[in-house]
Design a protein around this ligand. Structure first.
Ligand code: ADP
Ligand code: ZN
Length: 436
């Protein structure tokens, strides 16, 4: 029986010095392993470096970056560093914008991935007598199998409920005594709405205590709402298929940022234009190097996610770097009339108003040759007090324009009007005319 607050005490509580020594060793192995593959041989040749150039941890900066484009160009197996016969699983992204991408795993990769997820679930206080329900889509989306194997590894009774079918989810939660759920944040609010319709009070009628929420950007305000609604603690979970899936970064009980597991990854934050490192505390692009992957190690993978370093120590005893919640991907950034805006900035403001719900949609349109932003959000309670509505609308608009520096049009809708997606929420629809 493990009575420790840590799933893997040795790795989780390493000092910075121990962690860095461990990383250097693993980095050297990873580089040598990558160089068995033609793609990397070519990249190294172009960069004019060899495995021997990696002598210190800082030398990671001499390595070439890899990108989603590389994964597409080498689709499906061009970046594999072991023979296919040694691989036991692949996950693939949807590929709506070009070739899909493929990530291969050996059995050891899958075991390590399960260890990572188990570590996170243990960290937030879950133990083998907990019941874990996973509302992720199974299949190619890594949130399904990733949490499944991690929760099993930790020893919990797991309920692979999969996505959607809220009535069934609620029945399972009640009948099986579910204590923890993994869900996409936008889905939690949907689940709560259905609970309300069914007269189910999560505090009174369920044993829920922990939610793992992630896979899409969400604000601190959104998290607080989820915690209040469901009467649970909601922990931010960061995952990415290229890095395995869920398990890459997770909040500890301190909820002061995401611990990114540095025994598995080298974490860099770089300026996306110059590709030079930014100082701690400054926002930049997250770049990750895998340290223990067999089938498809990735060197300096540009995630496109924007975040910053919050610290490298934590009262929980883990010295793995803490990163701020993601702003979104650089590709999610809206550029409207020359102003850069992240959907999460809009969410943050909307969630400060208790009158509105958590579902919202940003539409960009061209009206009279002018690009405009329309923000639609649902009201929590129906009302016909137009004076009140107008005041609310003005106040939201004022706060939004303070935040994003331009004035959007706001539409307050009745509950249930906006579409709800089963997977990651669609927050932005761009209908602007593009003038050549
Ligand atoms: P896809 O690339 O098809 O969206 P992934 O499941 O690999 O599929 O998505 C990974 C991405 O999801 C991350 O790069 C990040 O943008 C986003 N993401 C995952 N977890 C979080 C989180 N906790 N907060 C913000 N964004 C997240
Ligand atoms: Zn911590």
């Amino acid at each position: 029986m493990n009575n420790s607050p840590y799933f893997n005490p040795e790795r989780e509580t390493m000092t910075r010095q121990q962690l860095e020594a461990f990383q250097l060793e693993r980095l050297k192995q990873t580089v040598r392993h990558c160089l068995t593959n033609k793609f990397y041989q070519k990249k190294f040749k172009e960069a004019g470096i060899t495995a021997d150039d990696i002598q210190t941890l800082d030398d990671v900066r001499r390595l070439p970056f890899t990108t989603k484009q590389d994964l597409r160009e080498t689709y499906p197996f061009g970046m594999a560093c072991v023979p296919l016969r040694d691989c036991v699983r692949l996950h693939s992204s949807s590929g709506t914008t070009g070739n899909p991408t493929v990530i291969l795993h050996t059995q050891k990769d899958l075991d390590e991935w399960a260890n990572q997820v188990a570590r996170n679930l243990w960290m937030v206080g879950l133990r083998p007598d907990d019941v874990f329900q996973n509302s992720s889509g199974y299949g190619m989306f890594t949130g399904g199998l990733g949490f499944q194997y991690g929760a099993e590894k930790m020893g919990m009774l797991t309920v692979p409920a999969a996505a959607g079918n809220s009535l069934r989810q609620i029945k399972f939660i009640k009948d099986f005594g579910t204590t923890a759920i993994h869900a996409i944040p936008s889905y939690v609010t949907r689940l709560y709405e259905v609970m309300q319709q069914e007269g189910v009070d999560p505090r009174r009628d369920t044993k829920l205590k922990v939610l793992a929420i992630g896979a899409e950007p969400h604000s601190e305000e959104q998290r607080k709402r989820i915690e209040e609604m469901m009467g649970v603690k909601a922990y931010n979970s960061f995952g990415m298929s290229e890095m395995c899936g869920p398990g890459v970064g997770f909040e500890c009980p301190e909820q002061n940022g995401l611990h990114f597991w540095e025994d598995y990854y080298i974490v860099e934050i770089v300026n996306p234009d110059t590709l030079e490192p930014v100082p701690d505390g400054e926002i930049g692009e997250l770049v990750l190097t895998t340290l223990c992957r067999e089938a498809m190690p990735l060197l300096r993978y540009r995630t496109r996610d924007l975040t910053r370093v919050l610290g490298r120590t934590c009262p929980c005893g883990r010295n793995h770097v803490r990163l701020d919640r993601m702003r979104g991907r650089s590709d999610d950034m809206i550029v409207l009339r020359g102003v850069n805006i992240f959907p999460i900035q809009i969410e943050k403001i909307l969630m400060q108003f208790p009158e509105v719900g958590t579902n919202y949609l940003i539409t960009l349109v061209t009206e009279d040759n002018n690009d405009q932003m329309i923000v639609e959000v649902e009201l929590n309670e129906p009302t016909d007090d137009y004076g009140k509505l107008q005041k609310l609308s003005q106040e939201i608009c004022r706060r939004l324009s303070d935040e994003i520096l331009l004035k959007p049009k706001l539409r307050l809708l009745s509950k249930g009007t906006l579409p709800v997606s089963e997977g990651k929420a669609v927050r932005v629809v761009d209908k602007r005319k593009v003038y050549q």
